[in-house]
Write a protein that binds this ligand. Structure first.
Ligand code: DP6
Length: 352
């Protein structure tokens, strides 16, 4: 699968250091459930974030025995290195030089490590970008920029599914859907900016750090539990169907229906976890308190503050930057921040 991305056997390796920065992303229609080779069970769409990102440098020492050493914020991470070694072995057919050297990988996140903000999307996005940079140096063929980014997205996906969406700004789609031209299960594509109403282009995402620390169930295990979830097929179908109204919503600037769809997706994701066997719950008391207060605020004021969740307890508070955003920001500071573990909030915006 992905023959167009098979690597060229003509390469000339040398010692190199390359760097890349890759942002994180937050899904609106969620990817939850996958098949072999990181093929998603349904299409997903995300916003790319502006502030939350990973910076990675890779030092490649050519012709040394293959090994990987990784450092996260200056500390050596042996477990992460094992994961990357496995990943590099897995993508050899796409980068035939990849096992012919030693790697020293240094990575830093702009968000706190323990925050529960997923670092795998920005992390694998940054590694894939570095690998494409090395590939460009080692192989003599001329390639256009759009192919480079597509292959980076393809490679990032093989590291972590959601990572393939982090290679583009704006709204990004991964997974084949008739609603988005050029969409694919193998890599992400940018949702056309011209099809997005201005209201969705100046958007805040304030992440409330409800619970800092390790999650009880990893995303990878969570995806696996969809294999036996009796509601899985219906869920995958619903995600596919949600692209139809979403397209219209994005075009017309229909904020009310956007809110409805995005919150429904977030709650469905967590409902799937609760209906897995064994069941698990990643929301915490604070998550529910924030959701209930937010709903009450929206009902009373009509201000467009809403939420999404990823596979964890943190709440992503979404709201457009417009006349009501000052009131919303005040409400968050005075009423919602108290439900975080340590007053933690990451104030981000969507990156266009
Ligand atoms: C809930 O991309 O972290 O954030 O492919 O196993 O690495 P792997 O999973 P991952 O799953 C992300 C799940 C999600 C929804 C989403 O980002 O679409």
């Amino acid at each position: 699968m992905g023959n167009q991305f098979l690597g060229n056997q003509n390469f000339n390796i040398s010692n190199q250091t390359v760097t890349a920065i890759c942002p994180s992303n937050i899904a609106l229609i969620k990817y939850w459930g996958k098949y072999a080779n990181q093929i998603p069970a349904n299409p997903s769409i995300s916003y790319t974030l502006n502030h939350c990102n990973t910076q990675t440098s890779i030092e490649f020492l050519a012709n040394e025995p293959f090994s990987v050493q990784t450092f996260l914020a200056g500390n050596e991470e042996v477990k992460f290195a094992e994961k990357i070694e496995k990943y590099f072995k897995n993508i050899e057919q796409y980068l035939p030089w990849i096992l012919k050297g030693k790697y020293i990988i240094k990575t830093e996140n702009t968000f706190p490590h323990s925050s529960g903000i997923a670092s795998s999307a920005s992390g694998f996005g940054a590694i894939a970008s570095c690998l494409m940079e090395l590939d460009k140096t080692f192989s003599s063929e001329i390639r256009d920029a759009s192919f480079e980014i597509k292959k980076a997205s393809f490679l990032a996906r093989l590291g972590s599914g959601s990572a393939c969406r982090s290679l583009y700004n704006g709204l990004v789609v991964w997974g084949k859907t008739d609603e988005v031209e050029g969409s694919s299960d193998l890599f992400a594509v940018k949702y056309p900016d011209s099809e997005i109403h201005p209201i969705f282009k100046n958007f805040n995402d304030w992440v409330l750090l409800i619970h800092e620390g390790q999650k009880t169930v990893s995303s990878t295990v969570g995806h696996g539990l969809m294999n036996t979830n009796p509601y899985a097929e219906r869920r995958f179908q619903e995600a596919r169907e949600n692209f139809v109204p979403l397209k219209q919503i994005l075009k017309t600037g229909d904020l009310q229906n956007f809110i409805k769809l995005v919150e429904h997706e977030a709650l469905t994701l967590h409902a799937m976890m609760m209906m897995s066997e064994p069941a698990f719950i990643l929301m915490k008391t604070g998550t529910l308190e924030v959701i209930n207060k937010l709903w009450k605020f929206r009902e009373e004021t009509g201000h467009p503050l809403f939420f999404t969740l990823d596979a964890g307890a943190n709440v992503h508070l979404l709201f457009p930057e417009n006349v009501s955003s000052e009131t919303i920001k005040n409400f968050i500071e005075t009423e919602l921040l108290q439900h975080t573990q340590k007053g933690g909030v990451v104030k981000d915006v969507m990156r266009f």
